[in-house]
Write a protein that binds this ligand. Structure first.
Ligand code: FES
Ligand SMILES: [Fe+2]
Length: 425
């Protein structure tokens, strides 16, 4: 059981808080590159800070304080120039390193730029990788941005999703090391939501957890499997510090502030061998709703939506002193302890777990992946059609989130040659 003080120290992410300082040591995905097809600026709230993300006319990304240092106008309504973002109130212009490049009227009266040279806007570095925009908000120099193995795979259809979840990030991440919930919250609940009363799926008989360099693996044996099953020998990954990685998709739990989390999904579908070569020109994204506006209840039809129901149901900030952890929660306890230990490491001035400083290592980082050969090499369409493997389910319906846009569905169907149904379960 976690006492109130330690629970709070794991949840609070504002600047200067222990957890805020730890999480700022990592590159965080915050938006999709394709969001900037039809706009140049985007207001962002991250770790409790109000910011603006922009792409200037020369293609440079920047992340600045939301408020102009002149008289505090909202820079997300500013307009970009060849270099930099210009405030729409009096035209001050800022570069991505926070310098003030122009103050149109002041520059007339004082060409020496005395005031301009004193101005510096809070700014953070931004990088583009695999259709996502990543920001680093910790002390410089920034570590390398890790290129996780799936980002290097070829012949894949990738899509990105965002959902805003009104609760703290930690209870979302604790779900990343929770094997037993699959049985009840996804498989069996879906059977019940679909109107059946059973039979329920084979139950878990053993779970295991172990730590590795980039996170934790969680493993399971069910009544119908044994210790030769890849979900025991390889398992799934709780990717450090705030991500779930299941082999073909990532789900980051990005802290907006102490009470809100941005769920960022990155999904890879290997196209069948007979559809190779496939090169995706642009990675599409969408914002998935989480509430059924007709009933005011949370949406329950898709896998991640079901997870969201658990997270928000735990309260805005989960009341950990009133939990009763069991043997299935050993992984949750391990992650909490690791977070507490890494907070101490940061306090000592050290790099925390999974910091990558070597560019050679960062270029390609392998992860434990069930079915890795399939994602790398693919299979013919007819083999996929006849398969009952988990990857084959994703060729029938997008299982993770509701309201996938028709345009993305169509792109997927064109790329894979498979038709998706709109079935709910
Ligand atoms: S408030 Fe931004 S230029 Fe005046
Ligand atoms: Fe889940």
């Amino acid at each position: 059981m976690l006492d109130q003080d330690r629970s709070l120290s794991l949840m609070q992410v504002g600047a200067g808080t222990p957890m805020g300082e730890l999480l700022r040591r990592y590159w965080t995905p915050i938006a999709a590159v394709s969001e900037f097809d039809d706009k140049n600026t985007k207001p962002v709230r991250l770790f409790g800070e109000n910011l603006v993300l922009y792409k200037d006319l020369s293609g440079t990304w920047g992340m600045l304080d939301r408020h102009c240092p002149h008289r505090r106008a909202d820079l997300s309504y500013g307009y970009v120039e060849e270099h930099g973002l210009r405030c729409n109130y009096h035209g001050w212009l800022f570069g991505e390193t926070g310098t003030c490049l122009a103050q149109p009227y002041e520059d007339v009266e004082d060409p020496s730029g005395k005031l301009r040279k004193t101005i510096h806007v809070k700014n953070y570095p931004v990088k583009e990788l695999s259709g996502l925009l990543w920001v680093y908000m910790g002390p410089l120099p920034a570590p390398e941005l890790p290129v996780w193995e799936p980002f290097t795979w070829q012949n894949g259809f990738v899509q990105i999703s965002f959902s805003e979840i009104p609760c703290n990030w930690l209870q979302c991440q604790e779900n990343s090391i929770d094997p037993v919930h699959f049985e009840w919250m996804h498989s069996n609940w879906s059977i019940r939501l679909g109107g059946q009363t059973g039979p329920y799926i084979p139950t878990h008989t053993k779970v295991g957890f172990n730590e590795f360099e980039y996170g934790f693996q969680y493993k399971r044996i069910r009544e119908d499997t044994n210790d030769q099953d890849p979900l025991w020998t390889v398992g799934r990954v709780c990717l450090w510090p705030n991500c779930l990685f299941t082999g073909e998709h990532f789900e980051w739990r990005v802290p907006i502030d102490d009470h809100n989390t941005l769920s960022v999904g990155w999904f890879f579908t290997r196209v069948p061998k007979d559809k190779e070569p496939y090169v995706q020109e642009k990675i599409p994204h969408w914002y998935a709703p989480i509430k059924d506006e007709k009933t005011g209840r949370w949406i329950t039809t898709h896998v991640m939506n079901q997870d969201f129901v658990a997270w928000v149901g735990q309260g805005t900030m989960s009341d950990r002193p009133n939990e009763h952890l069991g043997r299935s929660d050993r992984g949750v306890a391990m992650v909490r302890q690791r977070l507490l230990d890494e907070i101490e490491r940061v306090k000592r001035g050290e790099d925390p777990k999974a910091t990558v400083r070597d560019p050679e290592i960062a270029k390609h980082i392998d992860l434990p992946i069930v079915g890795k050969e399939y994602f790398k090499n693919g299979l013919p369409s007819e083999v996929i059609r006849g398969s009952n493997a988990p990857f084959a389910h994703g060729m029938k319906r997008f299982p993770f989130l509701c309201e996938q846009p028709q345009s993305i569905k169509k792109e997927f169907e064109d790329a894979t040659g498979f038709r998706l149904t709109d079935a709910t379960y």
